[in-house]
Write a new protein. Structure first.
Lengths: 257, 368
């Protein structure tokens, strides 16, 4: 069963449902080790930090072949900047994938859904495979779908907070009602929270801070990967619903049937 | 509405009485909070909080790691002129100081930029004195354009200007600005700024706000520690940052804690800040403003800067010179603005950052 459970997004398929990021590591050399230990098949990189001119400082040279690169528009404060960053990423040979991140609130770092939708419309038309990072919002998710997004990336909690699935009920609504893959991004601090997202039926999770800020990012990457796989397996195995009342094994009303 | 209203409001507040009455329990309660209010800030800046430096450090470390990871951003200052019409009694560029003055020509700026570009540095902070007749906005604009051609990110630390001035500099390629109020206490401000445009307290105070309105991405504030009563000054600085953060959601607000270093003119600080208090202030800033960048320049010693990476500092300058023309021809450079304490080269600083388990970040933004 495991081998058949492929995640398809924008014409690509993934076996590992943990996506990772390159930010906040103590050293770039830890990135390939983390990727190897976790088996993550796609990693996001902030284009603003890529120094194409430098051999040793170019973060792209630390990402092994075979791992997909998901450039992101982190730093963009409006749709125009996001679109420009995406075009530059493509011209620089980073491929067609783009994670749109437009943040106009530096206090909580919450995404600007409106600007993200506008950038998605433009970039999807230009042939990009667009991963919009948004506040979980069903009407918006529908609009993103119409605009040609490849997936929806709702946040679990504000970036870097490690607070887990604070937006749980809203994400559940997306999972139940969207045709696009739902990738929970941001806020996941512990493997158990990643497992929880997968149990709920999320298609994948993206974890950066919790891995890169750990004492041992490679081991933490592996822990997340296992948690994601476990959560997915539980989802596919159709867990029983939780119940608030006890379910007696010898029901009192059994004599009625 | 301006931060000026907050300043005047707190002029009636009895800081001494409040600070003296802070208890250990108050400090502990403030330390337990996720979102700190102004009373929490004062509690953490109080003398009493010096009994709680280790728990403050643990929390500051945790928050910094959470929001910034194991990274340190690097920048390098580039002084393009030290002509100045101001008479600030603590500053080496004070117009009454008989020092070697220089203004770089555009060719010299090109050479300085080229010299810096041979190091790993990618983020330049352009500085001048305040002499609008000698270094007008147009000169700074052209200087920025030259530097921008070689570096992805250029910030400025120059005299305050009108909103339109910041707009023009943004168009020339500037993405960030730093301006220190120097001292928030209006009486002391008057006493130490004897002449020149800088004597206008209010025009300087509102400069960060004008820069944010003009759309600069990062705006950093600070008090020059040693001038006003230190705890009050630290308090007003952090409150200024909070005010800007609340008002300009899309602007990144930064903080600095420059301490007075010996400059030409031999100014002695009125209220010196010792290492312990300095570290306390930096940690209090981190706890009060979890996501703000905190810069520490080479005014501080190497050993101090190495420790501060663990306690909340996220930006360091490296290989700095505070004289004009010093990167290409140190022998003919101007007199420096202040003495540098951390004299390590860019390479040595990078190595120290790596040795401490941090990733030096050179390029963080490029306005394209």
């Amino acid at each position: 069963m495991q081998g058949e459970d492929l995640l398809a997004i924008g014409g690509m398929t993934f076996t590992n449902r943990l996506f990772t990021g390159t930010g906040k590591f103590a050293s770039k050399a830890l990135i390939p080790k983390m990727l190897e230990a976790s088996g993550s098949e796609m990693i996001t990189v902030a284009l603003r930090r890529v120094d194409f001119a430098s051999e040793t400082e170019n973060i792209l040279s630390y990402i092994p072949k075979g791992v997909r690169l998901l450039p992101n528009t982190s730093g963009a404060r409006n749709e125009k900047e996001a679109v420009r960053i995406a075009r530059i990423a493509r011209e620089a040979g980073c491929g067609n994938l783009i994670k749109i991140e437009v943040i106009t609130d530096m206090k909580y770092l919450l995404p600007d859904n409106h600007a993200t939708l506008l950038a998605t419309e433009t970039l999807a038309k230009e042939g990009f495979i667009v991963f919009p990072y948004v506040m979980p919002d069903l009407p918006l998710a529908r609009q993103l779908e119409d605009a040609g997004a490849a997936a929806v990336m709702p946040l679990g909690a504000p970036i870097g907070t490690n607070r887990g699935l604070e937006t749980r009920s809203m994400i559940e609504i997306l999972i139940e009602n969207c045709r696009l893959p739902i990738i929970v991004d941001a806020g996941i601090g512990r493997p158990s929270q990643a497992a929880e997202a997968m149990e709920m039926g999320a298609d994948a999770v993206l974890v950066n801070t919790a891995i890169s800020s750990a004492e041992d990012p490679a081991a933490m990457g592996q822990a997340f990967s296992m948690a994601v796989a476990a959560g997915r397996m539980a989802y596919l195995a159709k867990m029983r619903e939780e119940s608030k009342t006890a379910v007696a094994s010898s029901p009192l009303t059994g004599f009625l049937s | 509405m301006s931060f000026y209203e907050t300043i005047t409001k707190f002029e009636d507040f009895d800081f001494d009485a409040y600070l003296q009455n802070v208890t250990d329990r108050d400090v502990e309660r403030s330390l337990d909070r996720d979102h700190l209010n102004w009373r929490d800030l004062l509690n953490l800046l109080s003398s009493k909080a010096q009994n709680h430096l280790e728990p403050m450090a643990q929390k500051a470390r945790r928050i910094t790691l959470q929001y910034f990871g194991r990274t340190i951003h690097l920048y390098v200052p580039l002084y393009i002129s030290n002509f100045c019409n101001n008479q600030c009694i603590y500053c080496g560029f004070n117009r009454t100081n008989r020092i070697n003055r220089r203004k770089l020509t555009f060719e010299e700026i090109e050479l300085e930029a080229e010299a810096i570009s041979r190091t790993e540095m990618k983020h330049i902070l352009v500085l001048t004195g305040e002499a609008p007749d000698i270094t007008p906005l147009e000169y700074i604009e052209d200087a920025v354009s030259i530097i921008k051609a070689r570096f992805p990110s250029v910030s400025i630390e120059v005299f305050p200007m009108e909103e339109d001035g910041y707009r023009r500099l943004k168009a020339a390629g500037v993405d960030g600005m730093t301006i220190y109020q120097e001292v928030y206490d209006r009486e002391i401000y008057k006493k130490v700024h004897l002449a020149g445009r800088k004597a206008d307290y209010r025009f300087r105070l509102d400069a960060p706000e004008r820069a944010a309105k003009a759309g600069l991405r990062t705006v950093s504030v600070g008090a020059l520690l040693g001038l006003g009563e230190k705890r009050r000054e630290a308090f007003m600085t952090a409150m200024h940052a909070r005010y800007l953060e609340d008002k300009f959601l899309s602007t990144e607000i930064g903080l600095s804690l420059p301490r007075i270093n010996p400059a030409e003119g031999g100014f002695q600080p009125y209220d010196p800040v010792d290492d312990k208090t300095f570290v306390q202030f930096l940690m209090a800033y981190r706890l009060f403003m979890p996501r703000s960048a905190i810069s520490v320049s080479t005014r501080e010693r190497a050993e101090m800067r190495d420790h501060l990476m663990f306690l909340g500092a996220t930006r360091l300058s490296a290989g700095s010179r505070t004289d004009v023309g010093g990167y290409t021809k140190p022998e003919t450079a101007s007199t420096a603005q202040f003495d540098i304490s951390d004299v390590r080269s860019v390479g040595q600083t990078i190595q120290a950052i790596r040795d401490k388990g941090f990733q030096p970040v050179f390029k963080d933004w490029e306005l394209i």
